[in-house]
Design a binder for this molecule. Structure first.
Ligand code: NAD
Length: 436
């Protein structure tokens, strides 16, 4: 099928390449000329495992191309829109400028029978607002929220754990749902749940999922705060409650909390939208979820301060990680960088290392010192803090080896990812989060 994908960022570039890899003829469209230039020659403009391979295959096969020219969307049967929906600069609500801009730019090239599938995460009600613009052209608007995880985006796009499509409640909606079934044929054929809903439900599914995940993380971080006041160990607590299948162990890792381009802004936008709907109190707890999350960053900084006996000015602190999570170079609202910037603000000489995210981090925080090589970054450190649980730091760094590089023997484990006993046995002062 001929498809267009509008917006070629973390979501759209992967979507375009993944759809080409399952046999569709895809044009990816973005306003960012640098991104399109890179994508056109098969280069991923960001780090995503497996993306370069499917990009290059798609381009070589002639199934995949990229352009800045919106008119090339003409002729596609389905148009996916995955442009950004960041937090507004002066508030918590989502900024819909890019979504509105993309729909207005696309509308002149739509034909009767086309399907426009919104993929951006939007406040509930957005699709209903956009529908008249699309319907005037004879096309149908559906909402097809995306659940991919950065770092696993290729697999998640080709083989998702479920597909959700919100459609208008008439015959055009039924036809459009069938078109999307055809688009996602390999996943549908293997029995992946394909849920057809109304537009509002589909929009809500996405923010509800992210609200739940954020709540789960903040729940365990709230338990970490209580553990800290009582001498209990939150990791043992998480193991113990996680054995209950109703609870589950995943997303119960206490530490410096969540960040990235989705969870923080999505829970804020959800709370803001609920207030507009007169239902602010229904998700009022999301403000608390956000507050707990941000407190953990502060707590990590306090742990470094305490470990250095509050003598931090001029002390060399190595920060292991810059990306908001491993397997990604995404630094949007990264807790790791937030901690690094705060430590520097207190007078520490901060060195940041990361396997993938240094370039992005340097652009946003040029005041920090970056060293790509992990061991070089550790050299002469007075204290070390692990903030992004890359295997390079969590699994493949032995305390004995680290001790040959650093001056001090202080390890603050902001992700509770290290073997505390091993680090202590090697002579380190090991400090976890929510652990005695
Ligand atoms: P991004 O910033 O990486 O990409 C957005 C892209 O849209 C940019 O390349 C930008 O240049 C482009 N764009 C803006 N206006 C445009 C226009 N008028 N025409 C064409 N292109 C335009 O953002 P992202 O991470 O890919 O997120 C996109 C959306 O997907 C957001 O709503 C996000 O919440 C949602 N989402 C993201 C993820 C994820 O893991 N990144 C997962 C699920 C959902």
């Amino acid at each position: 099928m001929k498809l267009s994908v509008i917006g070629c960022g973390y979501l759209g570039a992967v979507h375009a390449a993944a759809m080409a890899s399952i046999g569709h003829e895809v044009v990816g469209i973005d306003v960012d000329e640098r991104k399109i230039a890179a994508l056109s020659v098969g280069e991923a403009p960001f780090f995503e495992p497996g993306l370069p391979e499917i990009l290059q295959q798609g381009i070589a096969s002639g199934n995949l191309r990229f352009t800045t020219d919106m008119s090339e969307a003409r002729g596609a049967k389905v148009h996916f829109v995955g442009v950004g929906t960041p937090q507004q600069k002066d508030g918590y609500a989502a900024d819909l400028t890019y979504v509105n801009g993309a729909f207005e730019a696309l509308a002149p090239y739509l034909s009767p029978g086309d399907v426009v599938a919104g993929k951006s995460t939007v406040p509930v009600g957005t699709a209903a607002d956009l529908a008249p613009l699309v319907e005037r052209t004879g096309a149908t608007l559906v909402w097809n929220p995306e659940f991919l995880r950065e770092g696993f985006a290729v697999k998640d796009t080709i083989d998702p754990d479920r597909l959700v499509v919100g459609v208008p409640q008439d015959e055009s909606g039924e036809i459009a749902a069938d078109v999307l079934r055809e688009v996602y044929h390999p996943a549908v054929a293997k029995g992946t749940p394909f849920l057809v809903t109304d537009l509002a439900t589909a929009e809500l599914v996405k923010v509800a999922a992210n609200a739940f995940l954020a709540t789960k993380i903040s729940f365990i971080n709230a338990m970490a705060e209580i553990a800290e006041a009582t001498g209990a160990d939150v990791t043992q607590l998480a193991d113990a409650i996680g054995h209950d299948v109703r609870i589950g162990r995943r997303f119960l890792g206490a530490g410096i909390g969540f960040g990235g381009g989705c969870l923080p802004k999505d829970i804020r936008a959800f709370a803001a939208r609920a207030e507009e709907l007169g239902r602010g109190e229904s998700v009022g707890f999301l403000r608390e979820v956000d507050a707990i999350n941000l407190r953990r960053r502060e707590r990590a900084v306090t742990l470094v301060l305490d470990a250095l006996d509050h003598d931090i000015v001029g002390k060399r602190v190595t920060v292991l990680g810059a990306a908001f999570k491993p397997h990604s170079d995404d630094i949007r609202d990264s807790p790791a960088l937030d901690v690094a910037v705060r430590l520097r603000g207190l007078g520490a000489e901060v060195t940041v290392t990361d396997p993938q995210a240094i370039e992005n981090a340097r652009r946003q925080h040029p005041q920090l010192t970056y060293v790509a090589d992990r061991d070089e970054a550790l050299r002469n450190a007075d204290a070390v803090i692990l903030v992004t649980e890359w295997d390079e730091y969590r699994r493949n760094l032995s305390p004995e080896h680290a001790a040959t590089l650093t001056t001090g023997r202080i390890m603050i484990d902001g992700r509770n990812g290290l073997d505390a006993a091993a680090w202590r046995a090697a002579g380190w002062t090991y400090v976890g989060m929510g652990r005695p």
